[in-house]
Design a protein around this ligand. Structure first.
Ligand code: NAD
Length: 363
């Protein structure tokens, strides 16, 4: 059928050494960037996304158009649809799955808890079920989260640190994903790599994240709420620029070993890895606001309040020595440089948000 032709054309490997990758969450922020980066270097890429309405569907559609122009087709469907996954794996012998589909966001879990269970737990299991029976069995690289470190206060966070105190349902489902990965690796010999992202930001970013809605509200002259720790300590994030995360993700795909197949009887155990992908340089949220004020040339109307118990943690900071050693991961973008690129994109994407002026041309 036409659909099958488009699917196999999009995902076809350019050479035996290139990859054939199924990217779930391809219309999402990180998924779109990973798709483009793989396509640019000649890998076969097929996207899958359910285009849910958690945030502005127009932004997801715009990312889809960007990908289609680059030759990446996105199938509209849910990772919980077993028949659809079976069909995709039948049409294309994927070598890798880049799993970025999830219900993201920490605070929304208080409003819609079941969407986290649906996408991050049930959906992940359904995807691994499809990988398990696919021939060949693809190596899986998926997005976990720095939130698994939860209330652990020992910083910087290293992969060996405790992850048994999630501060939100979102974090709990990401932690569950890591345990689920362990079981599929153990029983079925699936090669699985979890990447713990630390507050990823940049062009085409997510409207529910602070850097994004601060930009929007500052430009509108609307008051923004900045959290401070109840004891006056700083609230800070290890903001990581999207291009750095994409390089880490590609490093994980390129070093992923083949799945060994079921039984785990083979001499070599199947690969199971977890890495931090952070920036190793936490920045207080107050400094994030100051950088945005400088870039936007607008003074923010700030309301500073004590952080409520809403699932957020106070501080994140990645130790990245493992990813650096094993994946060649080296983030190079500081927050000022990355936010400049974000703001430039924002003003182009939402042209009504600020009159074009000389300073904008210089960004
Ligand atoms: P995003 O919301 O922009 O992308 C996720 C995409 O998955 C969306 O386009 C959504 O429509 C799709 N999706 C959700 N549920 C689905 C389902 N059941 N079936 C099919 N598609 C579905 O989020 P993002 O920022 O690109 O995040 C990508 C991954 O990285 C997620 O797993 C997220 O939890 C994780 N992560 C992101 C950050 C960050 O700072 N951006 C930090 C830590 C972890």
């Amino acid at each position: 059928s036409d659909w099958e032709k488009r699917v196999s054309r999009s995902a076809r490997r350019a050479s035996p050494s290139s990859l054939a990758v199924l990217i779930t969450g391809a219309a999402g922020f990180v998924g779109a960037h990973v798709s483009l980066a793989l396509k640019r270097r000649g890998d076969g890429v097929l996207g899958l996304d359910n285009f849910n309405r958690y945030y502005d569907p127009n932004l997801k559609r715009a990312r889809q158009r960007l990908l289609e122009r680059a030759g990446v087709f996105i199938v509209e469907g849910d990772i919980n649809d077993a028949a659809l996954l079976r069909k995709l794996f039948d049409v294309v012998p994927f070598t890798h799955v880049a799993h970025l589909a999830a219900q993201a966001g920490v605070r929304y879990a208080m409003q819609n808890p079941s969407s986290y269970v649906h996408s991050n737990v049930a959906g992940f299991v359904n995807l691994l079920e499809a990988c398990k029976t696919a021939n060949p069995q693809p190596a899986v690289v998926w997005a976990s989260s720095s939130s698994v470190y939860g209330l652990n206060s020992k910083v910087p966070f290293s992969e060996k640190d405790r992850t048994d105190q999630p501060a939100s349902l979102y974090a709990a489902t990401k932690k569950a994903g890591e345990e689920i990965a362990h079981s599929y690796n153990h029983i079925y010999g699936l090669s699985i790599t979890g990447l713990r992202f630390f507050t990823v930001y940049g062009p085409w970013g997510r409207p529910d994240m602070a850097y994004f809605f601060f930009t929007k509200d500052i430009l509108k002259g609307k008051q923004i709420t900045v959290f401070e720790a109840p004891d006056g300590g700083m609230v800070a994030r290890d903001f990581t620029y999207i291009d750095d995360v994409v390089k880490g993700f590609l490093g994980a795909l390129d070093t992923a070993k083949k799945s060994t197949g079921s039984g785990g009887k083979k001499k070599e155990p199947a690969q199971l890895r977890v890495f931090n992908l952070g920036n190793t340089s936490p920045v207080p949220v107050s400094e994030l606001v100051a950088i945005l004020e400088r870039l936007l040339k607008v003074k923010a109307k700030k309301k500073v309040v004590a952080m409520p118990r809403n699932g957020d943690v106070r501080f994140t900071h990645a130790n990245i020595s493992l990813a650096s050693k094993e994946l060649g991961y080296r983030p190079t973008t500081d927050l000022g440089t990355g936010l400049r690129k974000f703001v430039k994109w924002y003003l182009e994407f939402y042209p009504g948000s600020k009159k074009k002026s000389a300073w904008l041309q210089r960004l």
